[in-house]
Design a protein around this ligand. Structure first.
Ligand code: FPP
Length: 264
């Protein structure tokens, strides 16, 4: 029984490697998105379906994240943004919130060496000062340790909401106007952009949402204006290298017009 199970597993892994290789061959390395955003959804449902606690799903979600970060680095993606905890997630049971915060601390502490070795720079997005002290410490450590890195920028949205981000930007712009540092007529899209957590970054080219839901869920409301969406029913813990490659290939077949016309 055990030997058969192991045999099947090895066979599946070999099949996956073969498919990955095939997809990789089809990929145009000159047409990759500069910026990928991901709503890591479906951890809870994935676990419940297996008769396991939701925490099991979040833990599996971290493994999926690790794989995706690795592949993005390998491909030379410049910006990766992931939605790890939203301003609305505080409505969840205290135990689940604590567990997510512990996972965050564990992830950052465990992965920091690898992230540094891969030249990844961590940019937290959200109101970090409202996180539990240990989570704040881990985030500060990760920012400090990676601040000199020049490779992929890894935006981690924590206690993040698109509306809260815009409110904060409006307030900061208003304060500058009050102090006479900025004129009302000078407020344009660039000024707004410069007051977001993604200041200086290109907008996401591709948004990936697993788990079969078709929602933005208060994520990057300004930045997603012309982003291509790729949705899949696969739950986040099952999302792997093959899924990311499929999303990238699909993206490469899209015609992006940004509201204009494409001339042949
Ligand atoms: C959504 O699944 C996922 C979250 C609210 C958290 C995402 C977090 C992780 C993948 C792990 C922690 C992140 C880091 C950076 C360590 P859900 O719980 O809403 O799933 P459901 O919709 O099936 O209930």
């Amino acid at each position: 029984m055990f030997t058969r199970l192991l045999g099947n597993r090895l066979k599946n892994a070999a099949g996956d490697k073969k498919e990955e290789k095939k997809l990789m061959k089809q990929l145009d390395m000159n047409m990759l998105p500069e910026h990928i955003a991901i709503i890591m959804d479906g951890n809870g449902r994935w676990a419940t379906k297996k008769g396991m606690p939701r925490s099991f799903g979040h833990r599996a979600g971290v493994n999926a994240l690790r794989e995706v970060v690795k592949l993005c680095v390998e491909l030379g993606i410049k910006y990766l943004t992931v939605y790890a905890f939203s301003t609305e997630n505080w409505k969840r049971p205290r135990d689940e919130i604590n567990m997510l915060m512990e996972l965050l601390v564990e992830y950052l502490n465990k992965e920091i060496e690898e992230l540094c070795a891969n030249n990844v720079k961590i940019n937290p997005m959200g109101i970090i000062s409202e996180l539990p002290p240990q989570a704040q410490e881990a985030v500060t450590m990760a920012v400090q340790r990676t601040k000199g890195n020049t490779g992929m920028v890894f935006n981690v949205a924590l206690n993040y909401g698109g509306r809260a981000e815009l409110v904060q930007a409006v307030r900061r712009i208003g304060e500058k106007i009050q102090r006479g540092e900025l004129q009302v007529e000078d407020v344009d899209e660039t000024v707004v952009n410069n007051h977001l957590y993604t200041a200086g970054q290109p907008d996401p080219d591709l948004l990936i949402r697993p788990s079969g839901d078709y929602r933005i869920s208060n994520f990057l409301l300004w930045q997603l204006a012309y982003t291509e969406f790729w949705l899949t029913s696969t739950m986040w813990p099952d999302f792997g290298r093959i899924d990311l490659l499929k999303a990238l290939l699909d993206f490469q077949g899209r015609e992006r017009r940004f509201g204009g016309l494409v001339h042949n």
